[in-house]
Design a protein around this ligand. Structure first.
Ligand code: FES
Length: 96
């Protein structure tokens, strides 16, 4: 199973499955991230920095692309509620 490792949560790793969002994976393990829009990809309160494994996430879909542009996310930042594992490997993130 692919892992999401969170550098600033004690380097803890959380197992996920393909098509699960980073937010969902952390939530299932007891960590609730900020989600001003309720996880609908319409704010940026849930953004995370992807340090490794960007290629192991599906590319942003339309809604996330819109938010990335509107809120000026950096190329290595994703919305955790929208960024989903593609099942091909692990991801290392930093909570902003
Ligand atoms: S919670 Fe609003 S974009 Fe993710």
């Amino acid at each position: 199973m692919p892992l999401v490792r969170v550098l600033n949560l004690g380097n803890e790793s959380f197992e996920g499955i393909e098509n699960q969002s980073i937010m969902e994976i952390l939530y299932r393990h007891g960590y609730e991230l900020d989600s001003a829009c309720g996880g609908h990809g319409q704010c940026s309160s849930c953004k995370v920095m992807v340090l490794e494994g960007m290629e192991n996430l599906y590319p942003p879909e339309f809604e996330e692309e819109e938010a990335i542009e509107e809120f000026g996310l950096a190329p290595n930042e994703r919305l955790s509620c929208q960024a989903k594992l593609n099942g091909k490997g692990d991801v290392v993130i930093y909570l902003i």
